[in-house]
Write a protein that binds this ligand. Structure first.
Ligand code: GLA
Length: 584
């Protein structure tokens, strides 16, 4: 079931049935006026049921903000360091600026569970124990966050939660944990789909009775695509961020560009909203080369409505870094209650413009020059849904710049230079956002045959595929046969398609396109849902460039199908790739 697709929720059909019965009975006695109101009431109930079934528990109405130990210290953490960080979060003004979660990343636990199988803190690093640390964090008006992993080990090879899910969530609740960062190392060995696993965690958390944010840290996982919002509050969209502006741009591009989704979506904005966020990873503000890089990093995370988890060592934080992390008008963009994720409205070479419509009727706009040359960038009001004369405010300088007709130009921006502005008059009606990609464009909806190349993929890692042609734009040709339909991939790639449980067979011919005739071998695999579930429905093994393999497999009940291709200097073809629904 797709998040928000409330027509499939049990509550929906119950409401419709009640409505029909009431309608028939009441028509007799009360008349059409009442019935019309009843219809309105029913629609309201349906909307409410949607909110109840999605993970809209009010815990993360705006992107969570806090500090996480990993980017500053990796596993080198201790009670003293964490307590000092808690003190500094308060004295630096970070807590009051909104950074309330203090999250201990990997490296906090002892190598072994206790005799009852319970997790325990590393007795050398945390001699007073985790409950005492939680109490200290809470005494500072902060919230306590902790890292675990759904594999049998964490990424640092400490005890993971596999087969201890309920027990560990109970332990965390007893320590007063408020936020769980759940990693995915070794999870592919668990033999369960990610969606099933996260459902288990979500239920285990609910059982404890303690509200805790669930933050998924899987890399290479299309959590947005398979509806993680039903169980988690935020999910990573990228591999790990590191201390460089290139890494910052790459992480930003997973949520705002076409690195991990079909270009038609224009980023992942349509999958985020109050209660469920695309997480571009923890901040490296304070760890980059200079304040210009720190600033653009922060502006990007704010306009992209990503959670803000600071990752610098607060004991050596300069005033400049503190001012960036606590800039009130930039944070306000991130925390805007409308919760609309910003998206790209313009890209030309190294120049980019992002827009985020805000709750007060204005728009936040980021104008960015990633290139080496100084440049001007102009945003025209039509790109952000406005026209005529509009007020402009500089959000870093906290200064009104005046009124501008039809456009605004940021002049002479140097490399990594940017401006973050607010356009319009607060109090006006909200500017509509763009329309999301309609469900039928990326979902199997009809009976009969659907070619996968007629659908947008919802998740991708690796090179973008070619649709219905090879990389030269020529017809697909495998083993001497030409195909009108199919997907052509190169290097290693993963593509996820949303079947929605609507198909029972997947058929394709796989092999190398005639445009590549080398000795390279390739391998094609089909998986149920994501890589972590590791439920392989088909594996071609290594096949030679001059051969092809026919796939005809059962995909009944599969919600998301993952096509994995591995090859090096070759073009792998999923020729004539289609799913068939013979029911109904
Ligand atoms: C993974 C995560 C990181 C961090 C480390 C800890 O790499 O993506 O954010 O939590 O594990 O080992």
């Amino acid at each position: 079931m797709f998040p928000g697709d409330f027509s499939k929720k049990p509550c929906y059909s119950i409401i419709l049935n009640i409505q029909t019965i009431l309608r028939k009975t009441m028509k007799k006695y009360i008349g059409e006026y009442f019935i019309r109101h009843l219809v309105l009431f029913s629609i309201l109930c349906i909307m409410l049921s949607s909110a109840v079934f999605a993970k809209e528990d009010g815990l993360a109405r705006t992107p969570p903000m806090g500090w996480n130990s990993w980017n500053a210290f990796q596993g080198n953490i201790s009670e003293a360091k964490i307590k000092t960080t808690a003190d500094l979060m308060v004295s630096s003004g970070m807590r009051d600026a909104g950074y309330v979660y203090l999250v201990l990343d990997d490296g906090w636990m002892a190598k072994e569970r206790d005799t009852n199988g319970n997790l325990v803190g590393d007795p050398v690093k945390f001699p007073s124990g985790m409950k005492a640390l939680g109490d200290y964090i809470h005494s500072k008006g902060l919230k306590f966050g902790i890292y675990e992993c759904r594999g049998f080990l964490t990424c640092m090879k400490l005890p993971g939660s596999f087969n201890h899910e309920e027990q560990d969530m109970k332990t965390f609740a007893s320590w007063g944990v408020d936020f769980i960062k759940l990693d995915g190392c070794y999870a592919e060995r668990n033999g369960r789909l990610s969606s099933e696993e996260l459902d288990l965690y979500s239920k285990s958390i609910n059982k404890t009775g303690r509200p805790m944010i669930l933050s998924i840290s899987d890399f290479g996982n299309g959590s947005w695509a398979w509806g993680a919002k039903e169980s988690a509050h935020m999910w990573r969209t990228s591999y790990d961020i590191y201390r460089s502006i290139e890494s910052v741009y790459s992480c930003a591009n997973t949520t705002a560009g076409d690195d991990v989704i079909h270009p038609a979506f224009n980023g992942l904005w349509q999958f985020a909203g109050p209660g469920h966020w695309n997480d571009a990873d923890m901040l490296q503000v304070g760890n980059l080369k200079n304040s210009k890089e720190d600033k653009i990093h922060f502006s990007l995370w704010c306009i992209l409505t990503s959670p803000l988890m600071a990752g610098n060592d607060l004991s050596s934080m300069s005033d400049s870094v503190r001012n960036i992390l606590t800039a009130p008008e930039i944070i306000a963009v991130n925390q805007d209650p409308r919760g609309f994720q910003g998206y790209k409205v313009y890209q030309h070479g190294n120049l980019e413009i992002y827009n985020k419509p805000l709750s007060d009727g204005t728009a936040a706009v980021l104008l960015l020059n990633k290139g080496d040359r100084h440049d001007d960038i102009t945003v025209t009001w039509d790109k952000i849904g406005l026209k005529g004369k509009q007020k402009v405010r500089d959000l870093w300088e906290r200064k009104d710049l005046g009124e501008f007709i039809d456009s605004f130009t940021a002049t002479n921006l140097s490399k990594n230079g940017h401006m973050m502005i607010k356009v319009g008059t607060p109090g006006n009606i909200q500017i509509p956002g763009p329309l999301p990609v309609p469900v039928e464009k990326y979902t199997v909806t009809k009976t009969g045959t659907t070619w996968l190349s007629d659908l947008y993929y919802v998740m991708k890692y690796g090179d973008a595929p070619q649709y219905d042609a090879n990389y030269n734009g020529d017809p697909i040709s495998v083993n001497g046969i030409n195909y009108n339909k199919g997907l052509v991939c190169r290097n290693s790639s993963r593509l996820m398609f949303r079947l929605n449980g609507k198909a029972n067979r997947f058929k394709a011919i796989v092999g190398t396109d005639a445009s590549c005739r080398g000795n390279e071998t390739s391998r094609f695999r089909v998986l149920n849902e994501d890589f972590f579930g590791n439920q392989v429905l088909f594996d071609s093994g290594k096949i030679k460039a001059d051969s092809s393999v026919k796939i005809d497999i059962n995909v009944k009940g599969v919600e998301y199908l993952l096509l994995m291709f591995e090859g090096k200097k070759t073009s792998g073809v999923w020729a004539d790739a289609k799913v068939i629904n013979t029911e109904n």
